[in-house]
Design a protein around this ligand. Structure first.
Ligand code: ZN
Length: 504
């Protein structure tokens, strides 16, 4: 074993440098989205692209390949789940995947992403799709090129889906989504044919400072560690990480909408608690991040929805929020408040949509990604296609592009393909993981009513968080829940909760 020590150390040293460069680039991205003046955009894009290219060059260095080869017999001599064997296994998968893409292309992709993001952040408020059209055409070209570095796919979207959700393909996602859709649509119909829930109590004036303070207080109680994190304001909330000791979230506030800041916070804190819970010995290494976009999203949705929109949680939290906003919530019962935060309706914006309709927003985007990549839909026809499909699925026509095709940042900052399926996988998995936690600790719902979240947090840390990327998504799902991904727990969760709320 001793003969491998030096090589393993050499591998870790090199990988840590790659990790550090990646995190430095994340810091540039965080700054761009929070405090950077718009005049900094062009240089920032160039700097970020340079770093991304350098990071890629460093990672696909031949020496890392040699070290992985030399260490393979050592890995083979260890149990599958040992840290060293896992580091070598997971690094090899990433190495072989990244080796196929030239660093220059990664640089180009990043530079374009920064430029396109800047154009989008001006185009959206201006409701002007034409301002981003050329950029989006180029994004589509680059996305196709990226996929082409992985020939032999069944669908051109497959390599891009696989980056985000290892092991999934267009065909498997399609099948899963079709099964889910079949169950969801009747529930949506049954609810939206009823008179709409009154949620006007959430739409009163809630001052920004109070919302920010309350939002921070809530995530602290859930278990987000402020000694290793902080919250800043941004246009589009996100979580980012510069090390396991610095995992940040961002938020936004609408003074006429109580839910926006609070539920964004719980969502992003769910992502952040996952990263904060990773074994510290994985710091800066390929094992030291969440394992897939679907598993990551399961953690944000679990805290945002299964906990944060549950009646038990608000039995505990409602007196606090009433004390903080006495005027706004005077005479509003817990049941009325609970119904308001769980209002189901056909609405325009994915991130504001309720748990029941949310997945239909994802399916629409997933289908468009496939059509764009396959070439059956052109960028210039996208706004119109969006309007048509939206009317078909939701019965409403978006009044403009701002709240239509321009609403999500993803295609304007990254690639087209693999960007959205993780959200629905996350919803499905949030219920599957929560069920497994309940099985181990049936006391969790009662504890929540007392404001105690540590048992649930502890189970998640033990079974999911601490492993980082040591296991693939299918492996962690099986290990943590005892079965492969299944839509049953999620459908049961929705039917039970919304069946009671809407007397279905
Ligand atoms: Zn998320």
């Amino acid at each position: 074993m001793a003969k491998y020590d030096e090589k393993l150390q050499e591998l870790k040293t090199r990988l840590l440098e790659v990790g550090d460069l990646t995190h430095i680039n994340a810091l540039l991205g965080w700054d761009q989205a929070t405090y950077m003046p718009s005049g900094g955009a062009e240089a920032r894009g160039r700097q970020s692209a340079l770093l991304a290219q350098m990071t890629q060059e460093k990672f696909i260095d031949k020496e890392i390949g040699n070290l992985l080869d030399d260490l393979q017999p050592y890995a083979d001599s260890l149990p599958y789940d040992s840290d060293d064997a896992s580091l070598i296994r997971v690094t090899r998968v990433q190495y072989e995947r990244d080796l196929k893409v030239p660093p220059k292309f990664i640089g180009e992709l990043n530079e374009h992403g920064a430029r396109s993001y800047q154009a989008w952040s001006e185009a959206r408020p201006a409701n002007d799709f034409n301002k981003v059209r050329d950029n989006l055409e180029k994004t589509l070209d680059l996305s196709r090129q990226l996929a082409e570095y992985y020939p032999g796919y069944e669908n051109i979207a497959d390599p891009l889906i696989d980056f985000a959700d290892y092991g999934m393909k267009a065909s498997s996602v399609r099948k899963l989504f079709a099964d889910l859709r079949e169950q969801l649509v009747p529930i949506v119909r049954a609810i939206t044919s009823q008179p709409p829930t009154d949620n006007s109590v959430l739409l009163k004036h809630y001052p920004e400072a109070e919302q920010l303070a309350f939002g921070a207080e809530v995530v602290k109680q859930l278990g987000y560690d402020f000694s290793r994190g902080r919250i800043d304001k941004t246009h589009h909330p996100f979580m980012t990480k510069f090390s396991l000791g610095d995992v940040r979230i961002t938020t936004r506030v609408k003074e006429d909408d109580f839910g926006d800041c609070l539920f964004s916070n719980m969502h992003e804190a769910g992502h952040a608690m996952y990263e904060q819970g990773i074994d510290m010995s994985y710091e800066g290494l390929p094992l030291g991040g969440g394992t897939s976009s679907g598993v990551h999203e399961s953690q944000s949705r679990l805290w945002e929805n299964i906990v944060g929109r549950s009646r038990g949680f608000w039995e505990y939290m409602y007196p606090t929020v009433q004390a903080r906003f006495p005027e706004q919530l005077k005479g509003v019962s817990l049941d009325a408040f609970y119904a308001a935060i769980n209002k189901v309706e056909n609405s325009l914006i994915r991130t504001d949509s309720d748990e029941v309709t949310y997945n239909l927003h994802v399916m629409l985007r997933f289908d468009f990604e496939l059509q764009l990549l396959e070439g059956s839909l052109a960028i210039r026809d996208l706004p119109e296609a969006w309007h048509e499909r939206f009317e078909h699925d939701f019965g409403i026509v978006p009044p403009d592009d701002k709240d239509g095709v321009l609403q999500d940042v993803h295609w304007y900052a990254d690639v087209i393909g693999g960007s959205f399926q993780g959200y629905t996988l996350g919803n499905i998995l949030s219920a599957q993981f929560y069920n497994a936690a309940l099985k181990a600790h049936p006391s969790i719902p009662d504890e929540m009513k007392q404001g105690k979240f540590s048992t649930l947090h502890g189970w998640l840390r033990e079974n999911i968080y601490r492993h980082g990327s040591k296991f693939t998504a299918p492996e962690i799902i099986e290990r943590a829940s005892g079965s492969a991904l299944t839509i049953e727990p999620y459908i049961n969760y929705l039917k039970t909760k919304y069946g009671a709320l809407y007397k279905l």
